[in-house]
Design a binder for this molecule. Structure first.
Ligand code: DGJ
Length: 709
């Protein structure tokens, strides 16, 4: 009998091997005191169930397989010429890392070899898992399924929260009670997808924002995926996260390893907001790789898409850049429409030079003008795609992912280039290197506007997995060659927002929907797994281009303020008072961003259609809150507004900073709130004060600062 444990800041993973097989997960949750091996075994000891195998088999090993006597979904499906289809692994040795374990295991009958790497940083509460497999036999083994992570959640987990939706309505939360059986979230779109995030949260009862246990699982992978939660005979829940493989896609031959993406599971004893805090810390410390090793201040961005679309006019764009700089904008991103022949979505994609009709001297004059205006220049690209109506595809008609003899379907009039083919990958990299070499580009908005259909490589084999790996390699190559470059992962909005792509990129565009009301829900869902500073949120036009809804500038700006803030409209079309107000919101964002982009997330359950999220500094000296009245309140007087996360014993001054203006109906307290501020102890603010009445679809930003510094 052997036991192993990993400890995080407030968590413990306990493993037990009773025989020679893979260890069983005894506990993954709140921190436990040190335990002797016999005590761990006693925790797990149980009578054999009636009508079951005579030997008590663990339900949740680190990698359950059919041959090992479990009846739940196996974490591995592999086969060699119709044989060796059942697996049972023997634990050969365990390597101890500073914050993790590598379990080396083999199946002598099936001649498969595994390396399972588990990690839990001592100052974090996120358990990571990744699996590598190889075959010791002469004949290669086909791998149809291999879970990256297997996490055991206790029977008291009754409610699951998943994130999905559709284009323009991503990250929408759905809650499900799981009966006996399995819940599976599967995606076959070839990118992370808008409708099925590789993320799942489990918890007891109602899964509250601010209290109770929660476990959150995520797969860091930008392709097809499969996440399952399966109730076991003892009521516990086994959650598996895997890249979804197509038949014939992966084979392992002698010595060659296939390595899964990394899966993550975080634990929180402090509700969903606590879970987000653990996951945000994980992304900040273990996923993102910033130029120079440190995130610089997130530059307020102007993205030209909704203000210009394809109608690029060099002179007007220069004037927009000048106006943007006057608003306080720090990065100007030239979106789609600049490529050769790119009059609309039907042509030009794949021809990575500037259209001479729109840019007679190329992009350099505009880029220089942007720089001279004191901003960074960023450029939109969509390197994985081409229009059939492009010089590149006319010259290389077979550069696409396709299967000979099958229909090559287009989407947004474009096809997907086969990144697994060396010649295609090299052509794309050469084009990007040329752009990055010739222009002062500090930022690429890397778009990906379609899904993969019958994605075969040059031999007709499925290339879904290979395409993602080739993309990562391409991004990594460019980052190596241009170390100062930042990249945004955009895929028609939030279609590729996962920890896999975030190892190579620095921002996600959460959604093509910029409607402030819709964005509240989208950003709430995105925040579950992603920290706010990497979620792009833009102030756009009213009426909104996607929904037609009208919103005040104040509401639009407040909703974008807490994230990586940007503007997506033509600044030349703003009236002077709007320019002044927008400049004031941008100034407020700049004043708060040290807090907004590094602090800890807090949230409360919605009350009377009013939601609250906030950011609290690690030392609790300062906090900011976004209060949104999403629909008309039911009650005549607003319910007390509670401000969570503050030090109960300290006094705070709370202000509704400018450009916010006091509403017509207000009290003396509200006059103070919109003036010098109200001063109350943290405990009183946590209990709540009555805020001013708020109309539907409006927001209030509050800033709390500890009195006396
Ligand atoms: C989809 C993106 O999400 C938009 O922001 C914009 O870049 C368009 N593509 C451009 O085609």
């Amino acid at each position: 009998m052997n036991t192993w444990r990993l400890d995080g800041a407030t968590t413990t993973l306990l493993l037990l091997a009773r025989g020679e097989g893979l260890p069983e997960i005894v506990h993954w949750g709140a921190r436990l005191p040190s335990l002797a091996a016999a005590e761990v075994a006693a925790m797990r000891d149980r009578a054999v169930a009636r009508n079951a195998l005579d030997e008590d088999m663990p339900f949740a090993t680190v990698l359950p397989t059919l041959g090992a006597g479990t009846f739940g979904a196996p974490a591995l499906a592999a086969m060699r010429d119709r044989l060796d289809w059942t697996a049972e692994f023997r634990l050969d040795r365990v390597e101890e890392l500073s914050h993790g374990l590598v379990l080396h295991a083999s199946d002598p009958v099936g001649r498969l070899v595994l390396e399972i790497t588990l990690g839990l940083a001592a100052d974090g509460d996120t358990l990571t898992q990744q699996v590598a497999i190889t075959s010791g036999a002469e004949l290669a083994a086909g791998v149809q399924h291999l879970a990256a992570g297997v996490f055991a959640l206790p029977p008291r987990v009754r409610t699951l929260l998943t994130l999905g939706g559709s284009w323009g309505h991503e990250f929408i939360e759905q809650r499900t009670d799981l009966p006996m059986g399995t819940l599976a979230i599967e995606n076959r779109r070839g990118r992370t997808s808008h409708d099925r995030q590789p993320s799942l949260i489990g918890g007891g009862g109602e899964l509250a924002e601010d209290a109770g246990e929660a476990w959150g699982v995520h797969l860091g992978w930008s392709g097809n995926h499969r996440t399952t939660a399966e109730r076991q005979p003892d009521g516990s829940l086994v959650v598996q996260a895997a890249a979804l493989l197509h038949p014939g896609e992966v084979e392992v031959g002698q010595g060659a390893y296939f390595t899964t993406p990394e899966a993550v599971c975080a634990y929180s004893a402090n509700g969903l907001a606590g879970l987000s805090r653990a996951l945000h810390r994980h992304v900040r410390t273990q996923v993102l790789r910033w130029p120079g090793g440190r995130m610089s201040r997130r530059p307020v961005t102007l993205n030209t898409w909704e203000g210009t679309y394809f109608a690029h006019d060099e002179q007007r764009l220069m004037a927009q850049a000048t106006a943007a700089a006057e608003l306080g904008i720090e990065r100007f991103v030239l979106d789609d429409g600049w490529m050769l022949g790119r009059r609309d979505a039907t042509a030009g994609l794949g021809d990575w030079t500037a259209d001479p009709e729109k840019y007679p001297h190329g992009l350099l004059p505009l880029a220089r003008h942007v720089e001279a205006s004191g901003m960074q220049f960023g450029l939109w690209v969509e390197p994985e795609m081409a229009n059939p109506d492009s010089d590149f595809l006319r010259a290389n008609p077979n550069a696409t992912l396709h299967v000979e003899g099958r229909k090559r379907r287009t989407s947004r009039h474009q096809v997907v280039l086969d990144l697994t083919r060396a010649s295609v990958g090299e052509a794309i990299v050469a084009a990007l290197e040329r752009l990055l070499g010739e222009l002062p580009i500090r930022y690429l908005k890397w778009d990906m506007n379609r899904e993969l259909v019958a994605a075969g490589d040059e031999f007709g084999r499925p290339a879904y997995d290979g395409q993602v790996r080739a993309l990562y390699a391409m991004l990594s190559h460019l980052r190596g060659k241009f170390p100062e470059l930042e990249i945004e992962s955009c895929a028609s909005g939030g279609g590729r927002a996962d920890y896999g792509v975030l190892r190579h990129t620095h921002r996600v565009w959460a959604s093509d929907c910029t409607d402030a009301l819709d964005r509240l829900a989208i950003q709430r869902g995105a925040l579950r797994f992603l920290p706010p500073e990497i979620i792009g949120a833009h102030v756009s036009d009213s009426p909104n281009h996607q929904t037609g809804r009208r919103h005040t500038l104040g509401f639009r700006a407040a909703v974008a303020l807490f994230f990586h803030m940007g503007v997506e409209l033509d600044p030349l079309a703003l009236l002077q008072p709007e320019q002044d107000e927008l400049a004031a919101w941008i100034a407020l964002h700049k004043r708060l961003r040290h807090l907004l982009h590094a602090g800890e997330h807090v949230a409360l359950p919605a009350e009377d259609c009013r939601s609250l999220l906030g950011v609290v500094a690690a030392d609790r000296r300062e906090a900011a809150y976004l209060v949104a009245q999403e629909a008309s309140p039911l009650h005549a007087i607003p319910s007390p507004l509670r401000l969570p996360g503050l030090d109960p014993a300290m006094r705070y001054r709370v202000v509704a900073p400018p450009p916010q203006q006091m509403p017509e109906r207000h009290s003396a307290t509200h006059r103070a709130l919109f003036g010098a501020g109200i001063v109350l102890p943290g405990a009183a603010l946590a209990a709540g004060f009555v805020p001013p009445p708020m109309p539907p679809e409006s927001a209030l930003v509050l800033h709390a600062v500890r009195e006396g510094g």
